[in-house]
Structures are given as structure tokens and as C-alpha cells.
Ligand binder design. Structure first.
Ligand SMILES: Nc1nc2c(c(=O)[nH]1)N[C@H]1C(S)=C(S)[C@@H](COP(=O)(O)O)O[C@H]1N2
Ligand SMILES: [Mo]
Length: 352
């Protein structure tokens, strides 16, 4: 990949997103353009790798990838992963936040292939007090004293047919940076729950105890700061609100006349019903043409606008099938961790 295709936020741990014009070239994001979000150094699972399935189950399992592949039916889901910190950069003009200033590229769509988590849990047999399923990973979280990465999801979601223990992405074995040999894929939830390099699936009667589950990835009120935070006040970010972004054109100079505007919209577990695009800062809107899959995948949209010479503010906002839309101003969604930045995405251009 030429360097200008990726915006790299950090090398160790490696965090990078594609530059936006590249992101919407295809409905399924090629691996080379798929964002990478890592909390620590990427681990190497090694040849002796086994997945342990335990906790509140009747019959714990130890499965090599080959055993998982031979004992369980294979399923594929085209699903979008999106980081809860996607578009965090747009909050910075309101007030700085913690976290890397992701643009609108911490999102990508792939066909994931694996076994259904529900099928594996059915074989292990759930105890009656099971309520949460934790994924424990091989990597260590740098910001939390090098403790193992772990997250959990509610049991009802774990048993849903779209949730996979995946070994392949777009028809190829998972790359190390996307969680080889095995990752969870939890469509419709924030990317953080799709744990990579999973070593154990643990059935529990409470959410995972890890700092990533108990502190990070919680939505806190606007008055809370790093100094005053009480993590119990935060809402766990699982499902995500509707969001959208303009990927083409980039801000700056464009040719006057007919211009193709393209981008993504994502409603997380709902369908995107409509995408509105404005060339005058949101005074008037036109509807974009949509390319869609299921509710687990993003919507790609495009529209041709006519721009007279001069300055224009391109804006996008999307609507879901419950009639919900995005706030106009970034200030409406500011929080000190910089999660769920969903305000109208604005791109100033000058037509010449
Ligand atoms: N083990 C592990 N799993 C992880 C992470 C991580 O750092 N370690 N990052 C999470 C976050 S916050 C996101 S957004 C997605 C990113 O997946 P990707 O790097 O394959 O795009 O992985 C999630 N799973
Ligand atoms: Mo994330």
C-alpha cells in the first residue's frame, strides 16, 4: 500500500485507518484498507493454539482451529466493524478528548466466516445462571498495566445467529492484525466486543471484570472528566447510534459543476432508511442513492450535486428505519472519552 492510503495514529500499538476516498471504493473492504485498532502489541498464537470454552458450562471444551472447523457448521456473515471512537477527530474543536483522533475511517466491512458462538455454547451446555459471555484474548492492554484484553457480551447476543468465532475474512484466513487464528465477530455492536486472538470463551453470571469492559467503552455524561469520573455512571457501549460520513470529495478545491459525493452510513442492527446530503450547510437536502446489504453491514451512498463556483459546505446525515437521525452539532455528543461522535459530517469545499 502506498503510504498515503493509510492514516497511522500509532505504530506500537498499531492503530491506523484508511484515508476516506479509499474506504468506499468497494462494499467489502479489502484487508489492506481495513482499519486496525489495537490496545497492545499483536500476539502470536503459535502452533499449540487451543480455544478454551469454560465457566458456567456443563462440559468445558478445548478446541484447536481444525477441531472447531470439523465439529461445527461453517457460517458467513457480511458485517461492518466500527470503533466506538470513530470520528473522534470531529469532537476536538468542541473540547479535546482522550484517545486517538480517528477520522471517519475506523470502520470497515468484511465477509467473516466461522462457527456460530451459539453452536459452540450449545455443545458446552449452559448453566442456568449464565448471563454474560466473556472473550479473553492473548494480547496485553498497555494502558491497563499490561493486563490481558477481555470483554463480554450479554448471553442473548452471544446466542444470536450473527455472532461468530471467525477464522476467515473475505475468504482468506484471518491476518494476524485482525485476530488470527480466531476472533469474535459481534455484528451490530461496537468493534471493541469483537475480540481478536481469543484464547478463552468464558460463560459468566456478570460482565467481564477487565478494565476494558468495566471502564473503557462507556458513554459518560458531558460534565464528567478524567478527574471526576465514576465509571459506574457510564452506559456500556454495545449497540451504536446511527452515523454517516462523506468520503469523497475531501475538503479543499473541487471542479465547479457536477460533482459525485460518496460515503458510508451505518445504523448498527437497524437498516439505514435514508441519507440526506446538503451543499449549503444543511439549509436544504437531497436524497442519495443507497447500496445496502443486511442490517449488519453499512450502507454506501452516492449523489451527484451541482456546485457553482465558490465556497460550499457539504453535509451528510442519515436516518434509520425507526426515524432516528444524527445531531446537527458536535457539541451535542461531546464526552471526555470521545465516543459515539455522530454529528452531521461536514466537508467544506471551494468549487473553481
Ligand atoms: N484482543 C483484542 N481484541 C480487540 C482489540 C484489541 O486491542 N485486542 N481492539 C478492539 C477494538 S476497540 C476494535 S474497534 C476492533 C478492531 O478490529 P480490527 O483491528 O480488526 O479492525 O477490535 C477489537 N478487538
Ligand atoms: Mo474500537
Amino acid at each position: 500500500m502506498p503510504q498515503d492510503t493509510m492514516l497511522v495514529h500509532g505504530l506500537t500499538p498499531y492503530n491506523a485507518e484508511p484515508c476516506l476516498p479509499h474506504l468506499v471504493k468497494a462494499f467489502r473492504t479489502p484487508e489492506a484498507l481495513f482499519y486496525s485498532r489495537n490496545h497492545g502489541i499483536m500476539p502470536d498464537a503459535g502452533p499449540g493454539y487451543r480455544l478454551h470454552v469454560g465457566g458456567l458450562v456443563r462440559a468445558p471444551l478445548d478446541l484447536s482451529v481444525a477441531a472447531l472447523q470439523s465439529r461445527f457448521a461453517h457460517h458467513s456473515v457480511v458485517a461492518t466493524l466500527q470503533c466506538a471512537g470513530n470520528r473522534r477527530a470531529d469532537l476536538q474543536p468542541v473540547k479535546p478528548t482522550l484517545g486517538d483522533p480517528w477520522s471517519a475511517g475506523a470502520i470497515g466491512t468484511a465477509e467473516w466466516t466461522g462457527a456460530r458462538l451459539a453452536d459452540v455454547l450449545d455443545v458446552a451446555g449452559l448453566d442456568s445462571d449464565a448471563s454474560d459471555v466473556a472473550f479473553e484474548s492473548l494480547d496485553l492492554v498497555a494502558d491497563h498495566g499490561d493486563t490481558p484484553y477481555a470483554v463480554s457480551i450479554p448471553l442473548a447476543k452471544a446466542m444470536a445467529p450473527e455472532v461468530l468465532l471467525a477464522w476467515a475474512m473475505n475468504g482468506h484466513p484471518l491476518a494476524c492484525k485482525h485476530g488470527a487464528p480466531l476472533r469474535a465477530v459481534v455484528p451490530g455492536y461496537a468493534g471493541v466486543r469483537s475480540a481478536k486472538w481469543i484464547a478463552a470463551v468464558t460463560v459468566r453470571s456478570s460482565p467481564a471484570d477487565s478494565p476494558v469492559q468495566r471502564q473503557d467503552y462507556k458513554l459518560l455524561p458531558a460534565d464528567v472528566t478524567a478527574e471526576t469520573v465514576d465509571w459506574e455512571r457510564g452506559a456500556v457501549i454495545n449497540a451504536m447510534p446511527i452515523n454517516s460520513a462523506i468520503c469523497v470529495p475531501a475538503s479543499g478545491a473541487v471542479a465547479a459543476g457536477a460533482i459525485l459525493v460518496r460515503g458510508w452510513a451505518m445504523a448498527s442492527a437497524r437498516m439505514v432508511a435514508r441519507v440526506d446530503v446538503s451543499s449549503n450547510g444543511g439549509l436544504t437536502w437531497q436524497q442519495a442513492t443507497l447500496e445496502q446489504g443486511t442490517q449488519w453491514a453499512w450502507t454506501l451512498w452516492q449523489i451527484t450535486l451541482n456546485l457553482d463556483p465558490g465556497n460550499h459546505e457539504l453535509v451528510v446525515r442519515a436516518w434509520d428505519d425507526a426515524g432516528q437521525t444524527q445531531p446537527a452539532e458536535a457539541a451535542a455528543c461531546w464526552n471526555f472519552k470521545g465516543y459515539l461522535a455522530t454529528a452531521w459530517h461536514r466537508v467544506p469545499v471551494t468549487a473553481r
